[in-house]
Ligand binder design. Structure first.
Ligand code: ADP
Ligand code: MG
Ligand code: ZN
Length: 500
């Protein structure tokens, strides 16, 4: 067995309205080459200007990963040529990135086993993205809309050991940046991309020769690519061969990594401080604005929700996957509590409805989980429904119909229940009237039930309860009706289960 070392470089698109060094729109899917200007096209003589919102968002991520925000942060030019980068250099950060030396704990289940591990964060730096090259047949097309879009790179130390751990890290990072509202985390659109670095070595020998798998756009590919590499490199060492430092690509059709370029020596990017941008000094007001924008992070929230509401780990994890959903859950639970339910009872009922019916309806209606906040079934309405059903005011069957009706008619549950006459009669005196009337018309059945045994008695009881329910237009609380019918038949109470 060998030791393995994995370090990730994760790039996220920040959700700034404009690009990082110019006023162009930062958007995905616009007509190619429409979000461009002389600055992001690298014309001579233009001046970049720093988007403070991008710095603020970057610092929020730095804070979330417990990084130090330095007293001064600045930008460097990283020189290299690539057709999708019109300036022939990229403005990035090198000597003093905006987030330094942090750490984050990753936690979760990996094939049924709970793991917790601290991953050190080397740095978070802000830079500009390159454009996009689209290869079609014999020509390559360039779209510069993405050139200059705010990109934050989060670099870890090589503290992970398996593809699964790396996948968990990415999952947690994605959830965190979405909670912070600084990135949509959409890996398919390229808003979150990762380069995965991995080496193996004989136990106790430390880091090995690094192989980098570039441009992974799914956390599953990160896992698969890394595990493939660990196996490939292990086989090389087993055979007494050496590992070559190189950059590889994941081929998703063949489920393997392929060599892209050998990188024996580090690139010489000839970094030097960007002369056209001043050093940024985060002052107290700026740092306060960063702190004010922070929110409770997903992992903390999961733990608090388990302790506070008595949710299972699985429930809390599912609900906290999306911040909007966790917000919805807590708002609905508070409203149900205000209607007299205990906190844990309210939470259990809301969690069940949310994870079963509501999620199902959202996906049926094509509403993304994050859109739950503006859904017609607001938290107050779900709380009203849940507390009515907890109080026995509506039947289980009606509760489901009610959920659908609230959404279809965009109306409050109380109003619908009233209109439809769904409110159950739970006043025993009112039900007793119906029982008496049924007793008068069903004398033969009643007589037979009084002497019948076993299944026959059960059948007759169910029949009589059914008569009572229909006499009340289906509105009598079935439990109370059954109890009263049992009493009417008398005798064998307790020997048979009641009908409910
Ligand atoms: P480079 O200068 O080649 O970009 P860095 O030191 O910036 O290398 O590291 C890039 C990433 O590679 C980091 O995430 C780091 O943790 C990881 N890394 C560096 N060396 C190794 C190694 N020998 N094995 C595994 N990962 C490594
Ligand atoms: Mg690097
Ligand atoms: Zn521009």
């Amino acid at each position: 067995m060998y030791e393995s070392f994995i370090g990730l470089e994760v790039h996220i698109h920040l959700l700034t309205k404009t690009k990082v060094f110019c006023g162009c729109r930062s958007a995905f899917g616009d007509e190619p080459n429409t979000d461009v200007c002389p600055v992001c096209m690298g014309y001579p003589g233009v001046l970049p200007s720093l988007n403070i919102e991008a710095v603020r968002m970057g610092c929020m991520v730095a804070r979330a990963f417990n990084c130090r925000i330095p007293e001064k942060t600045w930008f460097e030019r990283k020189q290299y040529f690539y057709p999708d980068m019109p300036k022939n250099y990229q403005i990035s950060q090198f000597a003093s990135p905006l987030g330094q030396q942090g750490s984050v704990d990753i936690e979760g289940k990996i094939s049924g086993k709970y793991i917790q591990k601290r991953v050190r964060i080397k740095e978070c730096h802000l830079e500009e993205d390159a454009g996009k090259m689209i290869h079609t047949g014999t020509v390559s097309l360039l779209d510069y809309n993405r050139a200059g879009v705010s990109l934050l790179e989060i670099v870890t130390e090589p503290d992970m050991e398996t593809g699964e751990e790396a996948e968990l890290f990415i999952h947690q990072l994605r959830r965190t940046v979405r909670y912070l509202g600084v990135c949509d985390g959409d890996m398919e659109k390229g808003s979150l991309r990762a380069d995965a670095n991995v080496s193996i070595n004989f136990p106790g020998k430390g880091l090995g020769k690094k192989v980098e798998i570039k441009n992974l756009n799914s956390s599953r590919f990160v896992k698969l690519g890394l595990n493939y590499e660990i196996a490939r490199q292990s086989a090389l060492l087993d055979a007494g061969k050496t590992i070559v430092q190189e950059t590889r690509l994941w081929n998703e059709n063949r489920d393997e990594t392929q060599s892209m370029r050998k990188k024996e020596n580090a690139h010489d990017y000839r970094y030097f401080p960007e002369p056209d941008l001043p050093v940024f000094v985060p002052d107290a007001a700026f740092l306060k604005s960063v702190d004010d924008a922070m929110v409770e992070l997903p992992l903390e929230r999961v733990k608090r929700m388990i302790a506070e509401y008595g949710l299972s780990e699985e429930q809390a994890d599912l609900i906290c996957e999306e911040k909007a959903e966790a917000d919805y859950f807590e708002a609905a639970t508070a409203e149900a509590e205000a209607r007299g339910l205990s906190k844990k009872d309210a939470a259990a009922r809301i969690a069940n409805r949310l994870l079963q019916d509501v999620k199902h309806i959202l996906s049926r209606e094509g509403i993304e989980p994050r859109g739950i906040g503006s859904f017609r079934l607001g938290p107050g309405r779900l709380a009203a429904l849940v507390s009515m059903s907890a109080a026995g005011k509506i039947s289980g069957k009606n509760a489901k119909q009610l959920l659908e009706a609230v959404i279809k008619e965009d109306a409050d549950p109380e109003v619908i229940v009233k209109e439809r006459g769904w409110e159950l009669i739970s006043d025993p005196a009112k039900i007793a009237g119906a029982v008496k009337a049924v007793a008068e018309t069903e004398t033969a059945t009643l007589t037979e039930a009084r002497t019948a045994d076993g299944r026959r008695r059960q059948t007759l009881t169910a029949y009589l309860v059914g008569r009572v329910l229909s006499a009340t237009g289906g509105r009598a609380d079935p439990k109370i009706a059954a109890k009263q019918v049992e009493e009417l038949i008398g005798g064998n109470e307790g020997r048979y289960s009641t009908v409910s």
